[in-house]
Structure formats: C-alpha cells, structure tokens
Design a protein around this ligand. Structure first.
Ligand SMILES: Cc1cc2nc3c(=O)[nH]c(=O)nc-3n(C[C@H](O)[C@H](O)[C@H](O)COP(=O)(O)OP(=O)(O)OC[C@H]3O[C@@H](n4cnc5c(N)ncnc54)[C@H](O)[C@@H]3O)c2cc1C
Length: 544
C-alpha cells in the first residue's frame, strides 16, 4: 500500500490517467484488447485541451488519401520529419508514429462513431521541405457529432456549451471562403450537432461508453505505486480522500502538458511562454509522477508554440483566456513588429515555428526583443477581416489601439516613431511589387492558404498598409500545450534513468516526450501523434 491510501476492492488491468484524445484512445485500445480499464480525470469535465481544439489530425500516409488523390508514402513522411529534425527526433519514434498512425485511424473509425475526411489543399506546415505536401492530404477533419446521442454524458464534456455546428473544413481556417448557410446551421443546432475537437472527443467517448468503460471525473492521480515489480497502481484523490487503485498490467499517463505550471514552465521551456491556451488542469502532474519514479525525460525545452492576444477580462474555466492569432497576421494589409518597430519574421509562417522568433535573444541588451510584439494593420484589413474576435468592420474594443497616422500609433504603443514609419514604407514598397525580400512572406504554399482565399497568388497575404486609420494589437508568446515529458520506447513504455524501461508505466500525448520532437508537421500535428501513441500504449499495456 502507498502512503496510507486504501485499496479499492476491485482491481483492473489497465489504468489510464487523463481524458484528452491521448487518454481516450489509450483506454479504447486497452478495452478493445479485452483488458478491464479504469480511466481517471482530474477535472469535473472530460476532454482536456483536446475538447477545446480544432480537432484536426495530421496523419501521413493515411487510408483516406486514396480517395482524395493524394500521393504520399511512408518514405516521404519520414524524409519530411527527418528534414525538420535538427537532431532532435528519434527516428525510431518517428517511424512508429508514421507506421502505426494510419492503422490507428482506420481502427478508430471502426470502433467509434468518429469519421474523418481530408481537408483539401491544406499544405503541410513546411511544404517545400523534402517529403512535404504543398497540396496537402495529411490534415484530416472529423465529421459532425450529435451530442444528444451521449445522453447524460453530453454535458460532461469540456466546452460542450460552446459547441459550434461547423466542421473545420467549413471555416476560413480549413480553407472555406463561404461558411454554411444559416438554415443549415439552424438545422444542425436543433440536432445538437457539433464539430472540431468537441466532436472528436465526443466520438471517442461514445466508443468508450459502448465498451462499458466510464471515465471517473474529479479524480486526480497524485502518485504512482512503485514496487519491486514496477508500477502496480496509482493513488487517486477523490472527494479529498486518497484511494489506491491497483493495475495488474499497467498505468498510462495521458495527463497533458505542464503549460499551466509556472514553476515547470520557468524551469524547462527554452524561452518566454506567458500565455497558455489550453485546459488549466494541465499542470504537469504526470511529469511530477514520472520524475518521482525515475523516468528519463525528453524534449523538455519545447512546446506547441502559438502567438496569442490576451483580451482583458476574458476568462475560460476561471482562468485568464487568450485568443490564438492565426489568420490575422497572414491576411493582407498587416505585419508584425517588435518593440523596436522592426519586423522580425515571416508573419504568415506557421505558429509553432514562430516560437523560434519569439525566443531570439539579444546577448548585448540581454533581452528577448520580439516578445511581446505588435500586430499592425490598416483600415482595409479592419474592414474586411476579423481580428481576435473583433468582427470585420465592427467598432474597435478598448484593447485595440488606433490612430490616423502610423507615427501616432507608434507613440501609443511605445514604439519608436521613425522606426515604425521606415518599416511601413519598406514593407509597402515591396508588397506593391509583390515580394518580401526580408522574410519571404507569401513564398510558401502554406502562407497563402491561410491568407485571403478569395485572392489569387501572393496578394492573398502580401498587400500594403496604405489606408488610415492604422491599428495595433499586443501579441504574446503562447502555447497550445507543452510536449516534453517522460521518454518512451516505440511501444509507449516509459524509459528509466537507470536504464531499460519502468515496468508497468506508459505515456502518451502531451504528457510524453513528443515523437516528432519540436516539429509540428502540419495542421493536426499534435493530435495525430497523441492518438497514435495512446493507441500504441493501450495495446502494449493490454498485451502484458
Ligand atoms: C484552441 C486550440 C486549438 C487546437 N487545435 C488543434 C488542432 O486542431 N489539431 C491539433 O493537432 N492540435 C490542436 N491543439 C493542440 C491540442 O489540442 C493538444 O496538443 C492535444 O489535445 C493534447 O492532447 P492530450 O490528450 O495529450 O491532452 P489534453 O487534451 O489536455 O488532456 C489531458 C487531460 O488530463 C487531465 N489531467 C491532468 N492532470 C491529471 C491528473 N493528475 N489526474 C487525472 N487527469 C489529469 C486534464 O484535466 C485533461 O483532461 C489546439 C489547442 C488549442 C488550445
């Protein structure tokens, strides 16, 4: 027994910790293999960050590509990941993802109501790299799910009340220029249909309930039970009491990242991350538990980075919330500058790689000059596009700065006036010529996909800021979740500092050292590997 906890009379084969996509997939896999499974969730709600997400899955060489006419292969996928590795990807782990992922996806479609489709033309995030797909084919959206089908469980999913009756494919992020008709949306709302991450979590949960496995909420795992045979159970805190639960075959940590734990963020991440965007329960509990039993750690410096805006007063689940800045910096008549009024990156590049630009360090000044930074746009942009939830043409909120001159705007945001004017003049001159010699914005297929899809070519992202008034919004370096943690082998078994594996311990999702290192291969690049390693860990644990 562990620290005075009380053993439940029932034991089970496999214990899963966390109910995001990694945990749900792990529980499905273990249950499908005939094991008895318990799945515990710290929060009162199921789904973690996964339920708040777009639900896109990046899956190279998947079975749906055949119908979509996509030319992909295992070799291409591995070459692509290798070209982005920077020595940080374990090639066996990358191969395990590429090999097992498609099998997992087909299986999920069989054992749950989830069904997926290729998002047309959604390019990989570095499509011009070897093995990259500029025409897309690896990013998958999931079908709508009717929440009422879950009965009483429908209201137990995080974010269920915010459910949007659209698939990502039908939004500008999925490449749509026209959103579904009001009458279509009305019909869907009547049926309780929802899309994106919520639909994915609901579909996985539905499959799990069909297997007779019910997640236990408000059940926080606090410690692994470690004996001479390895990990044999977990201490769970329920209603303030510690309960020891025994696992005959194994424990799978799928507790998400540590982005909401300031101490762990300061200790491990390679640069500033001031604005976590996901579920506030992700405080690194799985990491603590794994460290306590001597797990080897990996990828600790990294996270899935994303630029965000913090809207004063906005809260989500009792914590300050942020809005992701994805399309705003990519659409025409906008650029980003640092505190010196200088552009510092291709604004239309992918959000995860942009973390590198936020973490650029000036050793002389001993500072991170690009964090925080400013998104600058003109009135044409304001009239045509939504910015951080402020709709096109709407009156501007208090947190958005505006001035009739670029110098006046510079004064308001504390940026040197001459520098901002010079940046604007240079950007405009080149944008009019249709190029960006400084940061090559618009040259990648990815840049224009997220630009204004109604405009052809480079002008979808690159056009001058020439119409007053001018506007500014403060941008911070945020994260969708951290992706370092216990290192595993290709079977999802946690490696030990002492050598070999820690018997009975598995990890999946953002709780593990990501199998793709610091690489976000394309849209869905976190959920694809998370579900795959959930599947691998669940199957391996069940087979013990
Ligand atoms: C707005 C937004 C949009 C996104 N869109 C996408 C997208 O479209 N595609 C993509 O690939 N990625 C996307 N991401 C990132 C993606 O959502 C996450 O990387 C992924 O969902 C992580 O899955 P997970 O299962 O590892 O963790 P989570 O989904 O966060 O689940 C972890 C669960 O563990 C629980 N938990 C924590 N500690 C304990 C404990 N001690 N005991 C028991 N339970 C515990 C948590 O409460 C949580 O429910 C997005 C993120 C955000 C914020």
């Amino acid at each position: 027994m562990n620290k005075g906890g009380v053993f439940l009379s029932e034991e089970c084969d496999v214990i899963v910790l966390g109910t995001g996509v990694a945990g749900l997939t792990a529980a499905l896999a273990a249950g499908y293999s005939g094991s008895s499974v318990r799945i515990y969730e710290k929060s009162s709600l199921i789904g973690g960050t996964s339920a708040m997400s777009g639900g896109i899955i990046w899956m190279p060489n998947n079975h749906l590509q055949e119908f979509a006419g996509v030319d992909d292969s295992r070799e291409k996928a591995l070459a692509y990941l290798e070209s982005l590795s920077l020595g940080q990807i374990d090639s066996d782990m990358a191969a395990a993802f590429v090999d097992k992922g498609p099998e997992m996806l087909e299986w999920i479609e069989k054992v749950t109501p989830c069904s997926f489709h290729v998002i047309s033309n959604y390019p990989d995030y570095h499509p011009e790299h070897p093995g990259g797909l500029p025409e897309g084919g690896r990013s998958l959206d999931n079908a709508l799910f009717a929440l009422p089908e879950l009965g009483e469980w429908a209201t137990k999913i995080r974010n269920h009340e915010r459910g949007n009756p659209v698939m990502l494919t039908e939004t500008p992020l999925g490449g749509a220029t026209v959103t579904p008709d009001r009458s279509v949306l009305g019909e869907r709302t009547k049926k309780g249909q929802i899309g994106m991450g919520l639909a994915l979590v609901a579909g996985l949960l539905s499959g799990l309930l069909d297997m007779g496995i019910e997640p236990q909420t408000e059940s926080q795992a606090s410690q692994l039970i470690n004996s001479s045979e390895g990990i044999t159970g977990v201490t769970i805190i329920q209603e303030g009491k510690a309960v020891d639960v025994k696992a005959r075959k194994g424990v799978i940590i799928a507790t998400g990242g540590f982005e909401w734990n300031n101490e762990l963020v300061r200790t491990f991440l390679r640069g500033p991350m001031t604005a976590p965007a996901g579920s506030p329960e992700n405080t690194g509990d799985g990491l603590h538990m794994a460290m306590e039993v001597g797990a080897k750690l990996g990828n600790m410096r990294n996270a899935w980075w994303v630029p965000v805006v913090r809207v004063p007063g906005e809260e989500l689940f009792g914590h300050p919330s942020v809005r992701l800045i994805l399309l705003e910096r990519t659409r025409p008549h906008s650029f980003m500058v640092n505190k010196y009024g200088k552009r510092f990156t291709n604004e239309a590049g992918n959000y995860n790689a942009m973390g590198g630009a936020f973490h650029a360090f000036n050793p002389q000044k001993f500072e991170y000059p690009n964090e925080p930074c400013w998104l600058i746009f003109d009135h044409r942009h304001k009239l045509d596009y939504e910015v951080a939830g402020c709709r096109a043409g709407e009156q501007i909120p208090e947190w958005m700065y505006s001035d009739n001159s670029i110098e006046g705007l510079a004064l308001q945001i504390g940026v040197e006036e001459v520098a901002l004017r010079e940046t604007l003049n240079r950007f405009n001159k080149h944008a009019e010529e249709g190029n960006d010699p400084d940061f090559h914005r618009g040259e990648s297929a990815y840049d224009t996909f997220n630009g204004d899809q109604s405009i052809e070519g480079i002008r979808a992202t690159l056009q001058p800021l020439d119409t007053a008034p001018f506007y500014a919004v403060r941008i911070e370096s945020g994260s969708l979740g951290t992706n370092g943690g216990p290192k595993t082998d290709v079977s999802g078994r946690v490696l030990s500092l002492a050598g070999g594996v820690i018997s009975g311990l598995y990890a999946a999702g953002n709780a593990m050292a990501a199998p793709t290192g610091m690489v976000y291969g394309g849209a869905g690049g976190t959920i694809g590997p998370a579900m795959t390693f959930g599947y691998i860990a669940g199957m391996t644990a069940a087979s013990q």
